[in-house]
Design a protein around this ligand. Structure first.
Ligand SMILES: *[C@@H]1O[C@H](CO)[C@@H](O)[C@H](O)[C@H]1NC(C)=O
Ligand SMILES: *[C@@H]1O[C@H](CO)[C@@H](O)[C@H](O)[C@H]1NC(C)=O
Ligand SMILES: *[C@@H]1O[C@H](CO)[C@@H](O)[C@H](O)[C@H]1NC(C)=O
Ligand SMILES: *[C@@H]1O[C@H](CO)[C@@H](O)[C@H](O)[C@H]1NC(C)=O
Ligand SMILES: *[C@@H]1O[C@H](CO)[C@@H](O)[C@H](O)[C@H]1NC(C)=O
Ligand SMILES: *[C@@H]1O[C@H](CO)[C@@H](O)[C@H](O)[C@H]1NC(C)=O
Ligand SMILES: *[C@@H]1O[C@H](CO)[C@@H](O)[C@H](O)[C@H]1NC(C)=O
Ligand SMILES: *[C@@H]1O[C@H](CO)[C@@H](O)[C@H](O)[C@H]1NC(C)=O
Length: 447
């Protein structure tokens, strides 16, 4: 009797644990506006493989959280907040939207594109984390950054966290001007085959599909407020921006937007970035490759000036580097060869590898590490591995080492093959300035 009572209590507990186990965090599905997080994709242990230690590393880092970029603000957020200011809607009766009665926008015109305090703090923390990850490394003499205020400030905070107040690390500014060819941290700006609006056409199809039912629901809650498709996007963007400005946002409440609404928002962005700077853009690999090539040449050279190389850039470059390396490829292991077919425009591919929240959140970082290994079952020597936001990645063609690493010889061959597949920057981008170049030279000691 007692035993069966205990058993039924145990069963009831188990059942309630099961039924309440659905958790969803919108902040991990906000694509380019996701606050920095480490998604464990794939969930491998980030420590170096057994018998290995890291002897050199190079990081490409997107700037930290900002107040909103001009485009998102002008296109989506401001039209909504302006309309809200004028509205005579009785928000107090609007259920989950009732917070709009007293809500004030956190974004002022003069803050646009600027780093938030949370962004600055996160960049500092990443610097300290990287320092602890490589306790034997010398403080780097230089850290490179493109020249926008938000990348410069991110680099500065990172250096403060990395150097613990020492004065050994200098910030080097790399011009963002167009005519630099591949020799900058913003090479897409000098590539006429890249367009900042690329992907909008494809993603707007999906935008209309998923926002229409939300509009109907909101109009029912707040009759008289003329919600548009873009307002819905702006409100979802505010969840991210307000969080990195104030620490939290009522727009993230799952009663306002459900988990499925967030997954739809994320997918719309994934489509956008896939065609803007991913596998759906023909020049992605050619623009991302020079950073990969310069990094690997530096890491694998016999002599290097620094143990640690760090470069700060904007959201466009990390996805292009990802494509240059063949990571997050929806088509991998499928045998299929039409990348566009993996991102249907009217329905979600839930099993896609291409998740922009994992590829380009604020402060997103791609690391290439050189390892010295003497590991069971492998020859002693130098190996290479790639991490994205701390997760070791499977790199197609790199498989003969411990963990997700491969020998430096195999990696060098891989880079050569990836370069051939990508094509040269100048050949693919066809810039109209006549002094373009295919190589990134900033890490060379003379510069
Ligand atoms: C808000 O109201 C002002 C004054 O009536 C008007 O000029 C403006 O166009 C309105 N803005 C929006 C977004 O409706
Ligand atoms: C840091 O280095 C700069 C340039 O080398 C020098 O002018 C400055 O005094 C140093 N600051 C400290 C706190 O050592
Ligand atoms: C090409 O020329 C422009 C204008 O003189 C200069 O700013 C730029 O740095 C040059 N690009 C390269 C790759 O040398
Ligand atoms: C609602 O907004 C859309 C887009 O701004 C506009 O075209 C339409 O006229 C508006 N409808 C009303 C009833 O104000
Ligand atoms: C994928 O779609 C883009 C945009 O429509 C197009 O430029 C590209 O050629 C397509 N890729 C393939 C392999 O068909
Ligand atoms: C890769 O970098 C090396 C060293 O800077 C350079 O000699 C080579 O031309 C580059 N390869 C390509 C394909 O750009
Ligand atoms: C993505 O994977 C497919 C299938 O393995 C392959 O054919 C294609 O070349 C890969 N794309 C890139 C850019 O590496
Ligand atoms: C490149 O273009 C500049 C300005 O358009 C011109 O002055 C220069 O002679 C050109 N150089 C070459 C090598 O064609």
């Amino acid at each position: 009797m007692l035993r069966s009572l205990a058993l039924s209590i145990a069963l009831a507990k188990a059942a309630s644990a099961v039924s309440s186990s659905y958790n969803f965090d919108p902040l991990q599905h906000l694509a380019g506006i996701a606050p920095y997080f480490e998604p464990s994709d794939p969930p491998l242990d980030p420590s170096p493989p057994q018998g290995c230690h890291v002897t050199r590393a190079s990081y490409l880092i997107r700037h930290a959280a900002i107040y909103a970029n001009d485009f998102d603000f002008e296109e989506y957020i401001e039209p909504f907040t302006d309309k809200l200011k004028n509205s005579t809607t009785d928000w107090g009766r609007a259920g989950p939207l009732s917070f709009l009665k007293s809500w004030q926008t956190p974004i002022e015109d003069e803050d646009l594109e600027e780093l938030t305090h949370i962004g600055e703090l996160e960049s500092y923390t990443l610097g300290a984390t990287v320092r602890m990850r490589y306790p034997t490394f010398k403080a780097p003499g230089k850290v490179w950054t493109s020249t926008a205020e938000r990348t410069e400030k991110s680099a500065q905070s990172f250096i403060s966290g990395l150097a613990f107040g020492s004065n050994d690390t200098q910030k080097v500014s790399v011009p963002e001007s167009e005519a630099e060819g591949a020799d900058s941290l913003t090479p897409y700006k000098g590539c006429p085959k890249y367009s900042s609006s690329g992907g909008s056409e494809q993603s707007s199809q999906y935008k209309d599909i998923y926002t229409n039912p939300i509009i109907e629901r909101f109009r029912n809650l707040a009759p008289g407020f003329n919600f548009t498709n873009d307002d819905i996007v702006g409100m979802q963007q505010l969840c991210g921006y307000e969080t990195v400005i104030r620490g939290s946002s009522p727009f993230c409440d799952l009663d306002v937007f459900s988990a499925n609404d967030w997954l739809n928002f994320e997918y719309m962005n994934d489509v956008q970035y896939f065609f803007n700077a991913g596998y759906g853009l023909d020049v992605s690999a050619a623009v991302g490759f020079p950073w990969v090539n310069a990094t690997v040449s530096t890491l694998l050279a016999d002599e290097a000036e620094q143990d640690l190389y760090v470069s700060f850039t904007h959201r466009e470059l990390p996805p292009m580097v990802i494509v240059a390396l063949g990571l997050f490829n929806n088509s991998a292991f499928t045998g299929a060869n039409d990348p566009n077919a993996t991102m249907p425009l009217t329905t979600q591919n839930y099993n896609r590898a291409w998740k922009s929240s994992h590829i380009l959140p604020f402060l997103s970082n791609i690391a290439i590490e050189k390892l010295s290994c003497d590991s069971y079952g492998f020859d002693a020597g130098n190996y290479v591995r790639v991490l994205v936001n701390q997760s070791p990645q499977y790199v197609p063609g790199c498989a003969n080492g411990p963990g997700e690493s491969c020998s430096s010889d195999q990696f060098q061959e891989l880079v050569q093959k990836r370069g051939e597949l990508a094509g040269g920057f100048t050949e693919k981008c066809e810039p109209d300035y006549n002094n373009s170049t295919d190589v990134l030279t900033i890490f060379n000691s003379s510069s």
